[in-house]
Design a protein around this ligand. Structure first.
Ligand code: F3S
Length: 391
């Protein structure tokens, strides 16, 4: 791979040990994927933040990088952690995990990342522009950035996203290249399943496509999802497969600009049989003891829908702290509390230690949460639309 003189200096250690380590990671990645060169990025988003998944090794790594003087060189946000950083004690999170988690977040802040602790960076000030190269991990955000924003990122891992944040560079391969952004399978969903503004069918559709065509760039016909539905679709696509990008003719920005990206002819249908097969696969139990909304993190619109519920069930709404502190949310926060809704920031139902907090069955409307919560949070799931969960 061709490196500039400055990049050679970064790699040889002339710009410090942390930069050298970061360069080793991205040059190694570039060599594996036979990238021709490194390109500059506009932003980074780093996953692997939760102590429940990153563990002591993750904490040691970021503490070590901070001690070596690492500093991010582009705007950088980070994914959810294991706890609500401000009220972990009252929510019942274990002390040892919580204390280590706080140390980890402090290290990210020390290197200059914004401690957003949210998987929807595009909702809270890190929204990429069309055509921008970025380096994001968090697979659901990657799909949103590529497809809804028209930015360009591969599905980075936590170490490569961190390395790119520090160097401001990423190898030129994969979804940064025009030739890899063409659709290769047409999906024809039954429009009747998608009437209304529920995110549930989009989550199911995404999960089904990812399962059937895990490496694809799908072209999805007949739909025009709102931002919350797009979020749900992207999270589903990225969970059961390795999908990072989709197009919707005349709706997503790249398809609008260049209709040739949707030119594939091969097509399959998605109807009630496919829909039911996914619901059946993911739905494990009834009668959950906690309802968890916000995978990916909720928007204000989604929170407003919670006010339509009965108020008899305990609900966690996982959201970005920036949204919780916004004046729009403050207007409805007391109503939400009266409806038994806890606004849980900085974490989510998958990366929080739910079983250690006393929960065993949760209700979710997200295929991603239904897929991961049993193995990562140690709980069984009831998978159903929001309206059904809160009635
Ligand atoms: Fe976000 Fe957690 Fe789901 S990080 S996408 S809410 S698994």
């Amino acid at each position: 791979m061709h490196l500039t003189q400055e990049q050679e200096k970064m790699l040889s250690g002339e710009r410090g040990e942390a930069t050298q380590k970061a360069m080793e990671i991205i040059v190694g990645l570039g060599d594996i994927y036979e990238a021709e060169k490194l390109i500059p990025i506009e932003s980074a988003h780093i996953s692997g933040i939760s102590m429940t998944t990153a563990g002591e090794a993750g904490l040691d790594f970021i503490e070590g990088m901070a001690e070596k003087g690492a500093e991010v060189s582009v705007p950088t946000t980070i994914n959810p952690a294991a706890i609500d950083l401000q009220r972990w004690e009252s929510l019942g999170a274990p002390k040892d995990i919580s204390e280590n988690q706080i140390k980890m977040i402090e290290s990210y802040e020390k290197i200059g990342a914004r401690a957003t602790c949210s998987c929807v960076p595009y909702m809270i000030g890190n929204e990429p522009n069309f055509g921008e190269d970025i380096a994001w991990s968090e697979s659901s955000a990657v799909v949103y950035a590529n497809s809804v924003c028209g930015a360009r990122t591969n599905r980075e891992g936590a170490p490569s996203a961190l390395a790119s944040a520090i160097t401001g560079l990423t190898p030129l391969y994969g979804y940064h290249l025009d030739e890899n952004r063409f659709g290769d399978i047409r999906i024809k969903p039954d429009p009747e399943l998608f009437e209304g503004n529920s995110t549930f069918p989009y989550s199911v559709l995404g999960y089904w496509i990812g399962k059937e065509f895990p490496e694809a760039v799908p072209v999805i016909e007949n739909l025009n999802p709102n931002p919350d539905q797009s979020k749900a679709l992207g999270a589903g696509l990225a969970t059961s497969g390795a999908i990072a990008l989709y197009h919707i003719p005349e709706a997503t920005p790249e398809a609008k600009k260049n209709s040739e990206v949707c030119g594939t002819k091969r097509g399959v249908s998605f109807g009630s049989e496919e829909f039911e097969s996914i619901v059946e696969e993911l739905d494990q139990v009834s009668e959950p003891d906690l309802i968890c909304i916000g995978c990916p993190h909720v928007s204000l619109d989604e929170l407003e829908k919670l006010l339509e519920g009965s108020g008899s069930k305990e609900i966690w709404a996982c959201l970005p702290r920036d949204l919780k502190e916004s004046s729009d949310l403050k207007k409805i926060s007391s109503q939400l509390e009266e409806s038994n809704v806890k606004l849980v920031c900085d974490t989510c139902m998958v990366v929080a230690p739910l079983s250690e907090m006393g929960y065993s069955r949760i209700g979710v409307n997200s295929a991603k949460a239904a897929h991961y919560a049993p193995s990562l949070a140690g709980v069984k799931v009831h998978f159903a639309p929001l309206e059904e969960l809160i009635k």
